[in-house]
Design a protein around this ligand. Structure first.
Ligand SMILES: Cc1ncc(COP(=O)(O)O)c(C=O)c1O
Length: 385
């Protein structure tokens, strides 16, 4: 008896899964692990939002509702992003909206181009759907886009239908410049592709707290959610902006599969989006944590800061002797130095480590970086001896 579809066979396990048993064993022994791998920002929901949910339930907003989203939330987003309501659809967060886009825009045999390093889920989703992935590494160290390479890869593979990246980026924390976005959009327009910007960290910027809106274009998809910027990961809500046919197709897909995102969750999200004081608080929080990280890394010899602006992670460069397996390094860092990190190799970008820092106390950040440095000093010495 065959219980699984071909899609199930194509679902890849998360590469970080191999570190989980070590982590669980350490936690069971009550070891004080400093966890730079966790991706939950510590920004609990506001009292206003708690009240908004209670009010919403009282008003009976727990019935079936429109697949595209509720009018009050759509209007709020339209105002913030300066786009018509017809270009917006509400879904269950970035992960779900990206998957919905793949389902409704691509066919098996199509390809997507991923700027690397990047969040791993896009590639895992594409592969599960029989869509191939072409990686386009950004320039080493600066993380600037290599446009010559990008154009070459596009020329080589006419099946590419999407260019995908995140800004601020996971893992680097770097934002695309307006010039880079413009250039990407020109290429997308010329080649009749869509540029997908995952802007899940758009409200987590130290300088003023808001990502500059990208002028709307028929080749642009922007996706974001409540998860990171508002610390509401479990609410599972976000929105996608895009050309009307894309929005309309995704709306149909939502109707077919989930009907709608619960309306009281939409009311909660609307309340957070309208709370501009939160943006200022979040910006100050991120700025402070970044400064603690930068200072701790500046004091190191074997870890060095790289360009970053916002979000909840950084991607510093590390020095280690030739021939080291990065997954083994991550395992050893966890079991011997008691720090959890994600190695650069997980993002097809070795020589770096991803550190999520927004949920950690200042003292844990400083201590954690020191533990990594001490381990790297030992590792480099052992090889020299
Ligand atoms: C770049 C990026 N996009 C999206 C997500 C998840 O977003 P959501 O919770 O809205 O699905 C993550 C989570 O780690 C992420 O790092």
């Amino acid at each position: 008896m065959q219980y699984s579809s071909e899609l199930v066979g194509r679902i890849e396990a998360s590469p970080t899964k191999k570190l989980k048993p070590i982590k669980q064993a350490l936690l069971a022994q009550q070891v004080q692990l400093i966890d730079f791998a966790d991706g939950e920002p510590e920004l609990g929901i506001s009292n206003e939002t708690r009240e908004a949910i209670a009010k919403s339930l009282k008003e009976g907003h727990y019935k079936y509702s429109a697949a595209q989203g509720s009018q009050p939330l759509l209007r709020t987003i339209a105002e913030i992003r300066h786009v018509p309501i017809d270009n917006i659809v509400i879904g269950y967060g970035v992960k779900h909206l990206f998957y919905s886009l793949l389902q409704t825009y691509c066919n098996p045999g199509d390809a997507i181009l991923m700027l690397q390093p990047n969040w791993m889920i896009y590639a895992q989703q594409a592969k599960a759907l029989g869509i191939s992935v072409t990686n386009c590494p950004v320039r080493n160290g600066s993380f600037d886009i290599d446009f010559d390479l990008l154009e070459k890869l596009l020329a080589e593979n006419p099946n590419i239908r999407l260019i995908v990246t995140s800004t601020p980026n996971n893992p680097t924390g770097k934002c695309l410049s307006q010039k880079e976005k413009q250039q990407l959009l020109e290429i997308a327009s010329k080649k009749e592709l869509l540029l997908v910007l995952d802007e899940v960290f758009r409200d987590l910027l130290p300088s003023g707290g808001k990502l500059e809106n990208t002028p709307f274009s028929e080749n642009l998809i922007s996706i974001t959610s409540s998860s990171k910027s508002y610390g509401m990961t479990g609410f599972r809500i976000g929105y996608l902006l895009g050309p009307e046919p894309v929005v309309s197709n995704i709306t149909q897909y939502l109707y077919l599969t989930v009907t709608n995102v619960p309306e009281f969750i939409q009311d909660a999200y609307k309340s957070e989006l309208q709370n501009s004081a939160r943006l200022v608080e979040n910006a100050a929080h991120i700025r402070h944590k970044q400064e603690v990280m930068e200072k701790a890394i500046d004091a190191c010899t074997f870890i060095s800061n790289t360009p970053h602006q916002g979000g909840i992670c950084m991607f510093p460069k590390i020095s280690y002797p030739n021939g080291i397996d990065e997954w083994q390094l991550a395992e050893k860092l966890m079991s011997e130095a008691h720090v959890a990190i994600v190695p650069g190799i997980a993002f097809s970008y070795p020589g770096y480590i991803r550190l999520n820092y927004a949920h950690l106390s200042d003292s844990d950040i400083t201590e954690g970086i020191q533990r990594i440095e001490t381990y790297l000093v030992k590792l480099n010495q052992n090889i020299r001896e």
